[in-house]
Write a protein that binds this ligand. Structure first.
Ligand code: ARG
Length: 626
């Protein structure tokens, strides 16, 4: 059922318009053009549809408004939620003023007040694969991975909360030449008698970089790759293509062959690199409170065996064709063909896109995905357009027996920028390590906690600071428009005022403390009395709070549709502000009567549950005190 009065009014008025003006409405669905009123004196909402409709039907807009009102009069669902409409409801050139009935609002809120909080289980639930994290072996997680983890985790949690089956896939970059290069290095060291077991990820990353430097002979190719803003993966592939015949490259190639053939010595070194990388990266994910664990890892290496037969099949079926020695798939409307195998001159290897094609096939046809959602940097947009189109053509995106393909979606995100508005880098031009960023956020949050709440004991202070830091970092990442770049600023994200993580945590702590205070006064459990209370929508603050609460299911739905968690952030921020106005202007514990006190406590309780539910969808851990 619909809980949000705005939605109910929009639907009922649209239906009334369609009844009154069937011809005008039949072209497209009628739009009620519902807006909140500027002045509460005139009610809560106004329907502005009469003016454009009057033009379309060649009538006076006030007459049109009257016709809509007449048509609406027969709607008992509408009558249940609004004060009766009359000619006096028509204002100015033809606005229809609408006032909600306080008792109807209270009734809607009472129905909404269940554990589901208005989020109805989908029928049928879908299987949704969320591609998130996407780290690469032999590299620390840097700030660029923040969004792939945080946004991916938030979308996964939102779908889980709605009731879908979610399968997280961490498409780890653990295969191919760049990895073979560093494997070759470590292998050399081991053969020279060095103890490679002592190497941590920092040390391995240094070796990786050294290996890369050695093989990127061709500055031109690199410059081109940088100019076109290709991602690290494509960059590595290009470097390797133009690097030509240099020696370390030749060695890397033979190492890759040894890996492909599961040569035990080579494979053990690779495994070591994988273990060290994943241990450190998954620890960062855990610190962030993101549900990304080893069971979600499905690296590129897991597709290695499938690529050759898949490519053969694509050739056989006439989907892939030869182009200058390479194998490509051409797709209409996409400027560049998808290369799925390099030319013999280029080494004949498979590419990033080849693996992603195999991944779509596995995710849709084996895992049964109805939707596959990629939380990946916007700079990989062309790659995903190519791969999605190729997969569609090959039929890989259609489940066995299904008549329509599954949805493949790139939830592309913008970059994290430094204070200079350029990609966030350290002073020396290195990528900023994600774990360093988390350390600094925790230090700063700890200072703020000491400052604001010196009484908090050491352990609790540390836990609170860490929760605030993670909330702050995750919330900025989520609350910024997904597709856009944003500028990273510790000061802004850690502020206790404004649209920040700490502000929302604090808003919830404040409600929880109302219940603690109520309990200290003794008597019946305040939560029990609240939950049993009749809801009274007396003043404007209560009405606004009720309306804000009832928008919750719609906000969650919009995240699931748009894949934009910032919509939920904005919703929670609005709710927190609306609550703040309510609690500032309406006495809760000192209300004029017990009936009013319990009704207001119930509003507090519903608010705290919506806030906690919303935060948990964002992957943000709530606090009891701070
Ligand atoms: N490892 C890749 C990179 O660093 C990201 C992987 C994203 N997922 C995917 N299925 N391609 O660019």
């Amino acid at each position: 059922m619909a809980f949000d009065p705005v939605q109910i009014l929009s639907e009922r008025f649209a239906a009334a318009i369609a009844r009154a003006f069937p011809a005008a409405a039949s072209g497209g669905a009628a739009d009620a053009l519902l807006k909140p009123t500027q002045n509460p004196k005139f009610g809560d909402f106004q329907c502005n549809a009469a003016m454009p409709l009057a033009k379309a039907v060649g009538k006076n807009p006030r007459e049109v408004a009257q016709a809509i009102i007449d048509a609406a009069a027969s709607d008992s669902d509408l009558a249940a939620v609004i004060e009766p409409l009359s000619t006096a409801s028509i204002a100015g050139p033809g606005f229809i003023n609408i006032a909600l009935r306080a008792d109807a609002l209270a009734a809607l809120l009472a129905k909404f007040d269940t554990p589901a909080l208005g989020i109805e289980p989908p029928a049928p639930p879908q299987t949704i694969v969320v591609d998130l994290c996407g780290v690469n072996l032999a590299k620390q997680m840097h700030v660029g991975h923040l969004r792939a983890v945080v946004i991916g985790d938030a979308l996964a949690r939102t779908f889980e909360r709605i009731g879908h089956k979610v399968i997280r896939q961490n498409h780890v970059g653990d295969w191919g030449l760049p990895i073979a290069m560093v494997t070759a290095r470590l292998l050399d060291m081991q053969r020279a008698g060095k103890d490679i077991a002592a190497l941590d990820l920092d040390a391995i990353e240094k070796l990786y970089k050294a290996a890369q430097r050695e093989s990127d002979a061709d500055e031109r190719g690199l410059a081109a790759a940088t100019k076109y803003g290709l991602g690290p993966k494509a960059l590595a592939e290009l470097e390797e293509q133009v690097g030509g015949a240099n020696e370390s490259l030749a060695k890397a190639k033979s190492t890759l062959v040894a890996l492909q053939n599961h040569d035990p010595e080579t494979f053990a070194v690779w495994q070591r690199i994988a273990d060290v990388t994943m241990r450190e990266c998954l620890a960062v994910c855990a610190r962030l409170g993101a549900n990304v664990t080893s069971e979600h890892s499905a690296g590129e290496s897991s597709y290695a065996e499938e690529l050759a037969p898949m490519v053969d099949e694509l050739v056989r079926r006439g989907i892939a064709e030869e182009s200058e020695g390479a194998l490509v798939i051409r797709n209409e409307g996409i400027e560049e063909p998808t290369i799925i195998r390099k030319s013999p001159k280029g080494g004949g290897g498979f590419l990033y896109a080849t693996t992603d094609l195999a991944a779509i096939r596995r995710r849709v046809q084996r895992l049964g995905a109805d939707r596959v959602i990629y939380c990946v940097d916007a700079r990989q947009g062309l790659h995903f357009r190519q791969v999605f189109a190729s997969a569609m053509r090959a039929g890989f995106a259609t489940r066995p027996g299904a008549s329509t393909p599954s949805r493949l979606e790139h939830a592309a995100f913008g970059m994290v920028l430094g204070p200079d508005n350029r990609p966030f880098k350290t002073r020396t031009g290195e990528n900023v390590r994600l774990s360093d960023l988390l350390d600094e956020a925790e230090e700063r949050a700890a200072a703020a906690v000491r400052d604001k709440n010196p009484d908090l004991a050491g352990d609790e202070a540390r836990a609170v600071a860490s929760a605030i830091a993670m909330a702050a970092i995750k919330y900025v990442d989520l609350s910024n428009d997904r597709a856009k770049d944003y500028v990273f600023s510790f000061d802004r994200m850690l502020a206790f005022e404004g649209n920040t993580g700490p502000y929302l945590l604090y808003a919830l702590v404040r409600i929880r403390s109302i219940f603690r205070k109520a309990a200290e006064r003794g008597g019946a459990s305040p939560l029990d009395s609240a939950r049993a209370a009749a809801i009274i929508i007396g003043g404007k603050e209560e009405k606004d709070l009720a309306l804000a609460l009832l928008r919750f299911p719609g906000a969650v739905r919009s995240v699931a549709e748009s894949l934009e968690p910032h919509r939920l952030c904005q919703y929670l921020f609005d709710l927190a502000q609306t609550f703040s106005v309510f609690v500032t202007n309406c006495h809760v514990l000192n209300a004029e009567s017990d009936v009013l006190r319990n009704s207001r406590l119930r509003l507090c309780d519903v608010t705290q549950r919506v806030m906690a539910d919303g935060l948990s969808m964002l992957g943000i851990r709530a606090l009891d005190r701070m």
